[in-house]
Design a protein. Structure first.
Length: 276
């Protein structure tokens, strides 16, 4: 069988990075009755037999044999090192199943993931056709297991996506959780460690703590204003009367008048804090 995979080892990196390329059609001949190819793949996966390190799996494939995809998926899931999947261009059909085996699934901004129902050629009498239908139904259920394990979507939703032959761009794959992040994009602002990220409850509590000081400050300003006005009235015996400073009709309640907006703010903050 022609190999549809190849390994590249970058020894310049520390630690050494091993990259597995899955390119083209996955297993042009079925793995169903093939004992040699799966063993060869597993031997190369584990390398020299030393402690297995992290690997990167780069996928660009239209799909292929679902049984080959199943075995490769299992091998990657059982691999002791970290498996990072990079969808370079296309991960369709069986290739999308293999992609679900990554500890982290990364997609190129230009990549596409496609899921659809399994298919096979069937010939024979009605009983033979029914056997084929039953086989396809069970294979579909097994494929749904891999998608659901990765995405957490319901089996019904995944089944409908497969029925419709769903093509996903990089952002759609992230949204539906078939992938974890997009390659080459800058980290989102909330992921940058700047120490300025707070949730709503933290902001609300902080503002509530500041209100008592604000109340005291407003009370002090009102008291100083009243003392100033009283002093102007006493000086009025020997000075020309000055235009009085406009104030409320009830000076004794001016402190409360100034604090009304603060009281209203406090009520609103408490509503926000206690809302569920």
């Amino acid at each position: 069988m022609d190999k549809f995979w190849r390994w590249v080892v970058n020894e310049a990196e520390e630690p050494v990075v091993r990259i597995l390329y899955l390119e083209g059609y996955i297993a042009e001949s079925s793995w169903f009755d093939d004992d040699v190819t799966p063993k060869q793949f597993k031997t190369e996966l584990y390398g020299s037999g030393q402690e297995a390190g992290d690997i990167i799996v780069k996928i660009h494939s239209p799909g292929g044999d679902c049984f080959a995809a199943a075995q490769i998926y299992n091998m990657l899931m059982e691999y002791p090192g970290k498996v990072s999947i990079h969808v370079d261009g296309l991960a369709a059909s069986a290739a999308s199943v293999i992609a679900m085996a990554g500890d982290e699934v990364c997609v190129s901004p230009l990549s596409v993931i496609m899921v659809h129902n399994p298919a096979m050629f069937i010939a024979g009498e009605a009983a033979d056709l029914q056997v084929g239908i039953n086989l396809l139904s069970e294979v579909k259920e097994s494929i749904i297991n891999a998608y659901q394990n990765k995405t957490g979507l319901t089996r019904t939703k995944i089944s409908h996506m497969m029925d419709a032959e769903t093509w996903m761009s990089a952002h759609k794959a992230i949204e539906l959780k078939f992938a974890d992040r997009i390659l080459y994009e800058a980290a989102p602002m909330e992921m940058v460690d700047q120490g300025f990220i707070f949730d709503q409850l933290t902001v609300t509590n902080t503002l509530l703590k500041k209100l008592p000081k604000l109340k005291a400050k407003m009370s002090g300003l009102a008291e100083n204003k009243k003392i100033k006005e009283d002093g102007q009235q006493l000086d009025g015996v020997c000075q020309q009367p000055q235009k009085p400073i406009e104030t409320s009709e009830h000076p004794d309640t001016e402190t409360n008048v100034l604090q009304i907006p603060i009281v209203q703010l406090e009520k609103r903050l408490n509503l926000i804090k206690n809302w569920r």
